[in-house]
Design a protein around this ligand. Sequence first.
Ligand code: SF4
Length: 472
Amino acid sequence: MLAEIRGLNEECGVFGIWGNQDAAHLSYYGLHALQHRGQEGAGIVTTDGTQLQAVRGEGLVNDVFNEDKLRKVVGHAAIAHVRYATAGGKGLENVQPLLFRSSTGSLAIAHNGNLVNATHLKQFLERSGSIFNSTSDTEVVVHLIKKSKHSPFRAKIKEALSLLKGAFSIILLTNDQMIVARDRNGLRPLSLGKLGDAYVVASETCAFDLIGAEYIREVEPGELLIISNNGLEVDSYVEKDKRTMCAMEYVYLARPDSNIDDVNVHMARKRMGKELAKECAHIEADVITGVPDSSISAAIGFSEESGIPYELGLIKNRYVGRTFIQPTQELRERGVKMKLSPVVQVVKGKRVIMVDDSIVRGTTSKRIVRMLKEAGAAEVHVVISSPPMTDPCYYGIDTSTHEELIASNHSVEEIREAIEADSLTFLSLEGMVRATNRPFEDENGGLCLACFTGKYPTEIFPDTVLPHEKDC
Ligand code: SF4
């Protein structure tokens, strides 16, 4: 669905390239492909081997960069970032990559994810004299590296990373190397690719496709990749823990043309739709429609399995100004009508199955159901291609608190009543996991399911701050 009106937001995307003289432009294109992961700020830091140079700004990738700016950041390597701003985390100082200059050398960092022990680490660092420039967790990582007594530099990084708990896909850049790391559970996605002789890393493989890079493999949980003019060196900073990649990447967050762990996101969503159709065989309907964009794949799968025709019953207005892309509840609600319109000729007098990927607060679902009924739909059956979202995410997705999550304190029947649907069906947990078809023997295919089960794969501390209460 429309991330900006629904209250379920990805927090950040990262990109890095080493070994191409056009690193800044390629990063710019990479960020374009990752724009859905964050629309509030973007940045690129390059190196030519002698100095790190940064361009950063608030807004969409196209707002932040132009040819003049890109020509000024030269070099054969770059790291880049798009970010989703949270209520408390606005401001240029939080736009990544963060760049730190010191007498021992400059260092830039781009981070996707959320650290569950950031508050604790920050208190420890502040007590020992660190001063923070931003409200971002990411700065904690750099202070830990700087504080480390280990030597050489790689040992400092290993020590710092081993202290982090939670979700992180991190890319670091110095004048002579690019260092890539993923948390021990592999909670947020991170892929490795090649473009000619250059190495490329990105949150999603759609960034590789846009620049013509070839996918090599996922960065493994707990892995540390060191990329330099000597090539790629594979190391690790910690033993891999239980693999638990975020299930919501398949359900909603990632772009349909991306592959995660060799599973195409669109195909996974289609299979979710098929599983859902099997679980909804009792519903009689004339037409199926999906809430654009992320529910279209599941709606097609539902239609293929059920034989009920798929139609474009809802249209997304792609040209609403980004003034409305604001992470506040009021604007989210006002934004629904600005961004979605029903196609009267498709839904009038029909029993409509409306496929959506998730229900967070329920307010948007209610508005869409009303919109379809006002357009003349005889019945609206809401089917959701994931289980009820009962628990908040501490790993970088802004899913709100227990109080705000409608499924946390309401039964399915109560939610159906609240959203004014004729029926409401959620996909079962087993059906969703089966649909992802992940190539791992691990429990649940190595997926994190915590926002559906409350079983978090890492410790959660009393002072763990939810992603929407701070920057990612
Ligand atoms: Fe993804 Fe949910 Fe796990 Fe967060 S809690 S990482 S949204 S599956």
